[in-house]
Design a protein around this ligand. Structure first.
Ligand SMILES: C[S@@+](CC[C@H](N)C(=O)[O-])C[C@H]1O[C@@H](n2cnc3c(N)ncnc32)[C@H](O)[C@@H]1O
Length: 321
């Protein structure tokens, strides 16, 4: 049989009301004649589609992506490869969660900025990295910053090691990582500034006896925002993955939804309340976040949302041999 459209790679088919099985009849013959090149086949809005013809589709030897949307009557009968499994797995992603070589795709979204623990030296009074009077590394000494960096490096190593165990060779790891641009410091970001301000509110409360100062000194937020270069170096050092893509996601407008100081305060409270309550008790929460709201009202940083520098890195990795 002659090959039709020998270079056709993408065929987008939509709005076929009559079709009940796909591919069938004329479509099957057409697909067979494009079989050598077709790699992407999105089908959508087949209102009466009830079944897919497995044999017909298997003729498409180059097919890599079959996407199906708005086909409300389609049943997955007999379509083993269209079935998905959902499982809740307890445990930390810094360790292995799934059996060896059992996954083809892993996605981690906006979570790798959370460290597995606070680096021990930043709560040690005798260490040069003691983080006195602060709750984060923003604007802290270089020893504190280094302690956070070291913990992040260890955590990334365990994360990548664990995912490398779980993925098949050639499997993909897709990451969205909250980060800071290479040339910026954490104090150029809302998140860094917010944590610094929250720390100063706690210190002010300590000065008037509302919390113990020692409690503030021993409280630290286990979050680290990596520069892209550092993350790239850690992935390369791990050696289990090839970097297929690494770029900054366009999230420029995200600040627009949190324009007022009370909304920003609520947002931060939602993220940190559990941690703060566990360390200080719940009596301080309203007072702390009221103080925080008032303090950021006067901060020029927050009056100019365009100053936000936090980025989300998109990283696509492939498991090596
Ligand atoms: C900002 S939320 C992101 C949620 C979701 N992935 C998304 O993109 O909308 C961060 C999530 O990471 C989870 N997380 C942080 N550290 C973790 C760890 N070591 N193991 C498993 N989950 C963790 C938190 O519980 C939280 O649900």
């Amino acid at each position: 049989m002659d090959t039709l459209l020998p270079s056709l790679q993408i065929l987008d088919i939509a709005n076929c009301q009559q079709v009940e099985s796909f591919p069938e009849g004329k479509r099957s013959a057409f697909l067979r004649r494009t079989s050598t090149s077709l790699s992407t086949l999105p089908i959508k809005e087949f209102q009466n589609l009830r079944s897919l013809d497995k044999k017909g589709l298997q003729l498409l030897t180059s097919l890599q992506l079959l996407s199906i949307s708005d086909c409300p009557r389609l049943k997955a009968r007999g379509w083993d490869f269209l079935q998905y499994f959902a499982a809740g797995v307890p445990g930390s992603f810094h360790g292995c969660l799934f059996p060896k070589a059992s996954l083809h795709l892993i996605h981690s979204s906006c979570a790798l900025n959370w460290l597995s623990k606070i680096p021990i030296e930043i709560t040690d009074e005798s260490s040069p990295a003691w983080n006195k009077g602060r709750i984060h590394y923003t604007n802290a000494t270089k020893e504190v910053v280094e302690a956070y960096e070291t913990q992040f490096s260890k955590d990334m190593e365990s994360f990548l090691f664990s995912r490398a165990q779980e993925l098949v060779v050639g499997g993909l790891l897709v990451l969205f990582v909250p980060a800071v641009p290479d040339v910026m410091s954490n104090s150029d970001t809302f998140t860094g500034t917010e944590l610094d301000i929250l720390g100063s509110c706690l210190m002010n409360m300590a000065k008037v006896g509302l919390v113990e100062e020692a409690k503030v000194d021993s409280f630290n937020v286990p979050a680290y925002y990596t520069p892209p270069k550092k993350l790239k170096a850690l992935i390369e050092r791990n050696g289990n993955f090839s970097i297929k893509r690494m770029e900054v996601l366009n999230n420029q407008k995200k600040h627009l939804i949190l324009q007022s100081s009370s909304l920003r305060s609520l947002y931060l409270r939602a993220v940190l309340e559990g941690m703060i309550e566990k360390h200080f008790g719940n009596e301080i929460l309203d007072e702390l976040f009221n103080r925080f709201t008032h303090k950021i009202e006067g901060s020029s940083f927050f009056l100019n949302p365009e100053t936000e520098k936090l980025i989300i890195l998109f990283v696509l990795l492939e498991r090596n041999n």
